[in-house]
Design a protein around this ligand. Structure first.
Ligand code: GUN
Ligand code: FE
Length: 457
């Protein structure tokens, strides 16, 4: 037990989280002690006696708003993890979803991303996207920025200043026939990636790290892929990209890389599949490719909103789990039109139900499993599960205080008659909720939502 003097905050209430063994655990009337570093240092469940309660709080500052029980409609859950989001694309989220991926990229995405050479514009949009995602309960985000190094550094700074845990990638693309102004030479891409990593690491932001980001196999030459694999290895940093999102894309990869056995093999050959790699989509991966993911420790970002919005495909999450491949949820803004992981959770359930409609024998994902994908699964996919993802002692307190009840509404009636069912019903309601149900957001013990006067602007 840690000395109570180092505990800065104690939170009391119902805590809901996942473990690798159990997708949903409910800790009723528990206490969580968070130390001055924002780390969970004590946890006590079923605090029945006031004596015990008082003892634990001896000499400890109790957050006054949380004194005593939370209302029965409130609980704490881990902060959510967005394993794949394009920060610049927030500028047109919710529009331009009328084309399939490759045309969509050429017509809308690349011209928009080219605007991020303008740092003022970048500042405005990046402020908006970090605030929006924090407000939506995303305590950790894995961002694609654009090819522009300085704007990508700015995204890192904004995430740090607003208190979000983030992985930030300067996008690499030395092959783009459709946009003469939106591509780099291989040398520029390599040199600017090195500069990006160096300058971001020099800032020593505690919770913002660089991630090597080849956009996808179609936009990178083999030499560049090889250089990026080497850079990630030499610096021991994360890697992110896209894989097997659409049938057309998979076919072009076959043409461009005739010597590779599969799309996964293209990345693996260039040392881009490691236990710090997260690949978005993966709708068309074969069992053999999933096995390679498992062997290398690489993970998948499931982006169900985008997969359906761009008519890309339906990821069979059950099969990914069967192969023991790490997997979390991604919004994939702006292929996905919503910047909310609660939306991604709904869409993940929906995609799974569509697979069940197509094949009644298919085992639909449960609410509990999707809850885990949104929290612990995302942390595992980003190899951040030693720091975050649930309420284990020793992890950072990345948390949401949630209120799901309509006061006096039918939920209370259910709870009165069936106390256990009631709590479960309340928790399940989170998947149908939105940011209005998220009362407070904490990252490493620090309250980041509601915004303060300083972060409000
Ligand atoms: N593949 C390559 N780039 C992108 C992108 O920006 N969005 C999506 N959804 N897929 C991609
Ligand atoms: Fe994407």
């Amino acid at each position: 037990m840690e000395e109570s003097s180092t505990i800065e905050q104690v939170y009391r209430g119902t805590f809901v989280h996942s473990t690798p063994q159990t997708p949903l655990l409910i800790l009723e009337d528990a206490l969580l002690g968070v130390n001055t570093h924002g780390t969970i240092s004590q946890r006590q469940k079923n605090v029945v006696s006031t004596h015990c309660y008082t003892k634990l709080l001896c000499g400890v500052y109790l957050n006054s708003s949380l004194c005593g029980f939370l209302p029965c409609s409130e609980f704490f859950m881990p902060g959510m993890v967005d394993t794949h989001i394009h920060a610049p694309q927030y500028s047109y989220a919710g529009t331009a979803l009328d084309l399939p991926l490759l045309q969509w990229l050429n017509k809308y995405t690349f011209p928009v991303e080219a605007h991020f050479a303008d740092l003022k514009f970048a500042q405005q949009i990046y402020n908006q996207v970090v605030k929006r995602t924090l407000r939506n309960g995303t305590t950790t985000a894995c961002y694609f920025a654009t090819i522009h190094t300085d704007a990508s550094l700015l995204l890192g700074q904004i995430a740090n200043d607003l208190g979000q845990r983030a992985l930030v990638g300067k996008v690499c693309m030395d092959r783009n026939d459709s946009a003469k102004t939106y591509k780099e030479t291989s040398q520029e891409s390599q040199e600017e990636t090195l500069r990006f990593i160096k300058e971001l690491l020099e800032k020593k932001y505690p919770r913002v790290s660089p991630v090597v980001t080849p956009r996808f196999a179609l936009s990178c030459t083999e030499p560049l892929l090889g250089q990026l694999g080497a850079i990630a290895k030499n610096n021991n940093i994360h890697i992110q990209s896209h894989i097997s999102e659409t049938v057309d894309e998979v076919n072009v990869v076959k043409e461009l890389f005739p010597d590779s056995k599969s799309y996964t093999d293209v990345y693996n050959k260039h040392n881009l599949l490691t236990d710090k790699t997260v690949m978005a989509h993966g709708c068309y991966l074969s069992d053999e490719e999933l096995t390679l993911f498992r062997q290398t420790g690489a993970s998948l970002a499931h982006c169900p909103n985008s997969n359906v919005s761009l008519c890309s495909g339906l990821l069979d999450v059950r099969n990914v789990l069967k192969h023991k491949v790490k997997i979390g949820l991604g919004t994939d803004v702006a292929g996905g039109y919503s910047a909310s992981i609660l939306d991604a959770a709904r869409r993940a359930l929906e995609t799974s139900k569509v697979l069940t409609i197509q094949n009644p024998g298919y085992k639909t994902l449960t609410f509990e499993e999707v809850f885990r994908l949104a929290t612990l699964g995302g942390s595992q996919a980003l190899s951040l599960d030693k720091q975050t993802g649930n309420f284990e002692v020793g992890k950072d307190f990345d948390a949401l205080r949630v209120n799901v009840a309509a006061p006096g509404g039918p939920i209370d009636l259910i709870k009165d008659e069936h106390p256990k069912v009631g709590i479960w019903t309340l928790i399940i309601k989170i998947v149908n909720s939105d940011d209005r149900n998220i009362v407070e957001v904490f990252v490493a013990g620090k309250k980041v939502v509601p915004f303060t006067e300083k972060t409000q602007e």
